[in-house]
Design a protein around this ligand. Structure first.
Ligand SMILES: O=C(NCc1cccc(CNc2ccc3[nH]ncc3c2)c1)c1cc(-c2ccc(F)cc2)cc(O)c1O
Ligand SMILES: [Mg+2]
Length: 214
């Protein structure tokens, strides 16, 4: 049986990265995806913008929607303060299986709770299942047509507080037009676009950072 692209990414991490060294895991994935096979990680250019938002915010509770191979999970978790928690949701079991091993290789399994399932099912259960009150930061990187419904669901479930940050990947490519229109025109958000490029390419893409105003 042939390996999948996530399995080839995991092999690259195990062959090129140092156990317990998150930066070497990030570097190994970027090298593989730049020189061997493109994959839909947020990548190093947008990843640096992600890093600066996380470092500036110093969040205690983070939700990531869309784990894939755990690349952005490792970037975020490696910057969190000691008692902070990152919950990451992944619908695809094959992606989740690889991500668990990538996160473990980075030595970050103690900071990360990977939950398998769909955002629409899990967001309403966050408080009761994980003892979450509100999220300081949400990184949206899952199915692009779920960004808007899931944002409205998080509002309805009281998971956002005054100052919570939504950081959305791919707002240009593949694009999330309904989400962008909502956060840019709603009086309940202050939104800012960080222009960048689609991971490992010259195509335009960017991150939208939106502060919930309560
Ligand atoms: O589509 C994308 N990513 C999302 C995605 C995609 C597939 C499967 C999953 C399954 N995971 C999943 C699903 C539903 C879920 N609900 N809650 C959690 C959860 C998790 C997720 C994407 C595409 C491109 C891209 C592709 C091609 C191209 F030419 C240009 C750009 C670039 C990206 O950076 C991208 O992020
Ligand atoms: Mg993405």
């Amino acid at each position: 049986t042939w390996s999948t692209r996530p399995q080839r990414i995991l092999r690259a991490v195990q062959q090129s990265a140092t156990r317990g060294d998150p930066r070497s895991v990030v570097r190994a994935i970027d090298q593989f995806c730049r020189h061997k096979e493109w994959a839909m990680n947020v990548g190093d250019e947008k990843g640096c913008i992600l890093d600066s938002v996380v470092s500036e915010l110093n969040p205690s509770t983070v939700l990531e929607l869309g784990t894939y191979c755990g690349y952005s999970t490792v970037r975020i978790a490696s910057l969190l303060p000691p008692h902070a928690k990152l919950i990451t949701l992944e619908f695809n079991p094959d992606f989740a299986a690889v991500a668990r091993q990538v996160i473990a290789w980075a030595g970050l399994q103690g900071k990360v709770q990977l939950v398998e399932g769909a955002s629409g099912d899990w967001i309403p259960k966050m408080k009761e299942q994980f003892g979450v009150k509100t999220f300081d930061l949400v990184f949206l990187d899952h199915w692009k047509d779920r960004y808007l419904p899931d944002t409205k669901l998080m509002e309805e479930c009281g998971l956002l507080r005054k100052g919570s940050i939504l950081l959305a990947d791919n707002v240009i490519c593949p694009g999330t037009p309904d989400y962008l229109e909502y956060v840019r025109n709603s009086p309940r958000y202050k939104s800012q676009y960080f222009k960048s490029h689609l991971e490992y390419t010259k195509a335009e893409d960017g991150l939208e950072k939106s502060v919930f105003l309560g």
